[in-house]
Design a protein around this ligand. Structure first.
Ligand code: CTP
Length: 397
């Protein structure tokens, strides 16, 4: 952590006293630390305690009267922003972008990566509002740590206890090292599902939510890669720092791939591309005319985009396909790997509703053309994204 600049936000929770110890650990590890406190936090620990350790003025609500925009200057300063402990109140405000104190305003204005470490009573933790707010933070690209189960200040054991400072320091270390290992790599990711228009109001599509592709984009960006995300009809928030290109149809996607693939080191083809499109797009809405009308649609094939780009692959470029299967999983994945000339296929069992389309969790088998094969546990799509990147990284020179 040598020379890293960390802004620590301390909010109103009894666990604030543990932030003092964390601060010592960070400084011992070579980091430079600045502290911002909410007024509620100052009732648990005094700013002087943090100031003495950090050897820097601690920002509180008392600083609003200072000349200059101290919160903006502090927001710009850090390489990482860590909220420790994060109260339910702070999490709610951060999830909605409320800036009503020195801490929330500085946090909102800070561009560098963010880590939120919740600590609260189990009732607050289990409240759906808190869980909803944390999901929102994660969707906004903010890292979060889960509280431990253990003895709470209330005098009983439950979930809500802040992880120990050593654990938090290790997570912070990981966030810094994470940013290094994909630096210089240009990563192109496709996500979502293409839509093939039938008439001005109808289209053919599929159930892909785009979550896996978006998690891959977020993870690759966090590892320092330069990431472009071609998004087909996804409503998720754009991961911070990722360049977004929106497409609708397979043909739009084909055009973008032709332009962007030559400047790509790693292509992750997570989008569900429609294999067929209506042979004609009717300019007016198709009418049913009579109650018992039948309609036969004529479809024509879209090109296999993955296969197309894989055949144009230059040495050093890595092409990764995805196989969404409901039966004969391994055989189908092996066939696609060979047929599409991909370097890896990520096999996904979409027949299982717990891990398929639109689910938050996933389980995949990563299969390499070089004979590599590994199955991940069932875990969050962000954890799966990390595993996929770790496997691909091993192929870099
Ligand atoms: N793919 C593609 N172009 C298509 C169809 C699929 O580039 N026209 C890509 C997908 O993005 C994915 C991989 O190929 O990375 C496998 O997609 P999938 O839909 O599972 O396979 P298909 O090739 O459509 O094969 P099948 O219909 O037999 O399952």
């Amino acid at each position: 952590m040598d020379g890293k600049k960390i802004t620590v936000y301390v909010t109103g929770s009894i666990a604030a006293y543990k932030a003092v110890y964390l601060l010592r650990l960070l400084i011992k590890a070579g980091a430079e630390v600045r502290v911002v406190m909410t007024t509620a936090a100052t009732r648990f620990v005094t700013p002087l305690t943090f100031q003495t350790l950090a050897q820097h003025h601690v920002l509180t609500d008392a600083d609003w009267d200072q000349t200059g925009v101290v919160h903006v200057e502090t927001a710009q300063w850090g390489d990482l922003n860590v909220v420790v402990p994060a109260s339910a109140d702070f999490i709610a405000k951060a999830a909605t972008g409320i800036a009503d104190s020195m801490a929330t305003t500085t946090f909102l204005a800070a561009p560098a990566p963010k880590l939120v470490v919740p600590a609260m009573n189990d009732g607050m933790w289990n409240n759906p509002a808190t869980q909803r707010n944390l999901t929102q933070l994660r969707q906004d690209g903010i890292h979060t740590l889960s509280p431990d189960s253990g003895f709470l200040a209330e005098g009983y054991a439950a979930k809500g206890r802040m992880p120990e400072p050593e654990v938090i320091a290790t997570e912070i270390e990981k966030l810094f090292t994470k940013e290094q290992d994909w630096q210089g790599k240009r990563v192109l990711i496709t996500a979502g599902g293409t839509r093939e228009d039938l008439d001005p109001v109808r289209y053919l599509s599929n159930r892909s939510s785009g979550k896996m592709g978006y998690e891959l984009a977020r993870a690759a960006q966090a590892h320092g890669a330069e990431v472009t995300l071609i998004s087909a009809n996804v409503t998720l928030p754009t991961p911070p720092g990722v360049k977004l290109v929106r497409v609708r149809t397979a043909q739009d996607l084909a055009i973008q791939l032709q332009t962007l693939f030559p400047q790509t080191d790693v292509l992750l083809m997570a989008a569900a591309v429609s294999d067929f499109r209506p042979a004609q797009v009717v300019p007016q809405k198709i009418k049913k005319i009579t109650e018992d009308a039948h309609l036969t649609l004529e479809l024509e094939a879209n090109p296999d985009l993955l296969k197309l780009v894989a055949t144009q692959k230059k040495p050093g470029q890595l092409v990764v396909g995805f196989a969404a299967e409901t039966e004969d999983l391994k055989q189908n994945a092996a066939r696609k790997l060979a047929n599409k000339k991909a370097d890896f296929i990520i096999l996904n069992d979409v027949g299982n509703p717990q891990i398929g389309f639109n689910a938050d969790d996933n389980q995949v088998t990563i299969i390499g053309a070089n004979g590599f094969e590994t199955q991940t546990p069932v875990e969050s799509k962000s954890a799966i994204a990390e595993r996929i990147l770790a496997v691909l990284k091993k192929t870099f020179n």
